[in-house]
Design a binder for this molecule. Structure first.
Ligand code: HEC
Length: 428
């Protein structure tokens, strides 16, 4: 699935007329955003996309710190682990464990024979649970060793979450919620009315599941169904709950995000929808911001109380493109700014600095960890080759690259990008 930058530009057309700035969106994935997790300190997010990449972001600045390329196929699940580590998992059935500053995984957990679509870290940080379409749930000791394999669902397992005592809750396409005791032993199986796609647990062990019927149900730790609410008229795709247990957010395949009161399961407000599916939700630890990701390829940030997309009203310094205001050629660079700096003193983000790009050989910024594919290529960056890179797209022009896919179909937009880079990347 490819989307052209021209389409992105159309979607953000207000910028071109200087009306609004979307400074708070995290832009970088070359396909729909499928998974989001936020670290306990609220500073960092990891996202996974249909573009087979995981990206680590500074939430505050919107910078992409690292593009992680490992999976064959889309990245369906991500998690923030203790000690600054991260996990990603996806269509290839593998789970990769990442450490800051390393461009290859420090561990690869293999065993699932179908996509892994949900990950959860135990409250004590010692194990990682994975839900897979191979019908199993696995519990991996993070210190190494064999996983526990939990068999019981009859079909795709779509979601896992831990309760405070280490009990694991899982939900599946078989319309069942399973509660697996931490110390082993027989699980509790709860039959629900519809196939289930999402599950979250609060700190006080209230379990919420959402399914294909758009309904949200609450269970207690014993598996008793306590309450039910309607969140959407279309299938639920993701759920998130605030740490203070005040709000639960539910997104749907049609793209709406509904905020419900946890106590009453009544809708409190609905966040604007662009009509594209939302696949992932995550709250900041303080519950004030909701991150969403989906078909529009960006991670949006919402002010929970105001119900507004952050950045839509922010002018000036919060917009990373503010310093280029008034330069009509700059707009095309909005798709690059999360990953690339232009000034020599700003260093590298997830991508190498583009300072001095013209005349530079591919993969030649000292200290930047290029992909093996990039290091073996023989290209000198000129206006023609950079233009070609985005005419064909990185995956065709530089196969095996970790730069997420983007194409700029419109020759005018490519010309604007080149003019902008020529003006802003020169040494002086
Ligand atoms: C999500 C992050 C991300 C985005 C967005 C992104 N890039 Fe990149 N870019 C990278 C990464 C990562 C590399 C290094 C690729 C590798 O090692 O395989 C790279 C490499 C490059 C290179 C080659 C640099 C070199 O030193 O050889 C150029 C040129 C480039 N990008 C231009 C752009 C432009 C122009 C845009 C916007 C239209 C853009 N990139 C958007 C991450 C990104």
């Amino acid at each position: 699935m490819k989307t052209t930058l021209a389409m992105c530009l159309m979607a953000t057309a207000p910028f071109l007329f200087g009306v609004a700035a979307l400074g708070a969106d995290l832009r970088g994935h070359g396909g729909p955003v499928r998974a989001i997790a936020v670290t306990a300190d609220g500073q960092t997010a990891i996202t996974g996309g249909f573009d087979a990449k995981a990206i680590i972001w500074s939430i505050k600045t919107g910078e992409a710190r690292e593009v992680l390329l490992f999976h064959d196929g889309q990245v369906d699940a991500v998690a923030a682990l203790p000690q600054g580590r991260f996990a990603s998992a996806g269509a290839d059935g593998r789970i990769a464990v990442w450490e800051a500053g390393r461009s290859t995984p420090v561990a690869v957990l293999q065993g699932h024979s179908a996509p892994v679509v949900s990950l959860a870290v135990s409250p004590d940080g010692s194990t990682l649970a994975s839900a897979s379409w191979d019908g199993s749930v696995r519990v991996w000791p993070l210190s190494g060793g064999e996983p526990r394999v939990l068999q019981g669902h009859r079909g795709n397992v779509n979601a896992v979450a831990y309760l405070s005592d280490g009990t694991l809750a899982s939900a599946g396409y078989d319309a069942a919620v399973m509660l697996w005791p931490a110390e082993g032993g027989a699980p509790v199986r709860v039959a629900m009315p519809a196939p289930l796609s999402a599950l979250v647990a609060t700190r006080s062990d209230r379990v919420f599941v959402g399914g294909a019927d758009g309904k949200l149900s609450e269970l207690n730790r014993g598996g008793t169904i306590l309450a039910e609410g309607a969140a959407s008229s279309s299938p639920i795709t993701a759920l998130a709950v605030t740490a203070n247990e005040r709000y639960i957010a539910a997104s749907s395949i049609k793209g709406e995000i509904v905020l419900l009161d946890v106590k009453s399961l009544q809708p409190v407000r609905t966040f604007g929808s662009a009509g594209v599916p939302v696949w992932a939700l995550a709250f900041s630890p303080d519950g004030k911001t909701l991150l969403s990701g989906g078909g529009d390829q960006v991670v949006g940030e919402w002010n929970v109380e105001a119900g507004q997309r952050l950045g839509t009203k922010i002018e000036g310094s919060a917009d990373p493109m503010a310093e280029y205001a008034g330069n009509p050629d700059a707009e095309v660079f909005r798709a690059c700014v999360a990953c690339h700096t232009l000034d020599p003193h700003e260093g590298d983000r997830a991508g190498p600095t583009l300072h001095g790009i013209f005349g530079r050989r591919i993969a030649s910024v000292p200290g930047y960890r290029y992909s093996p594919a990039f290091r073996e290529m023989d290209i000198v960056w000129t206006p023609e080759t950079v233009s070609k890179l985005f005419e064909l797209g990185p995956s065709r022009y530089t196969p095996g690259t970790k730069m997420p896919e983007q194409t700029i179909r419109d020759p005018e937009h490519r010309a604007a990008l080149i003019r902008f880079l020529q003006a802003e990347t020169r040494s002086n």
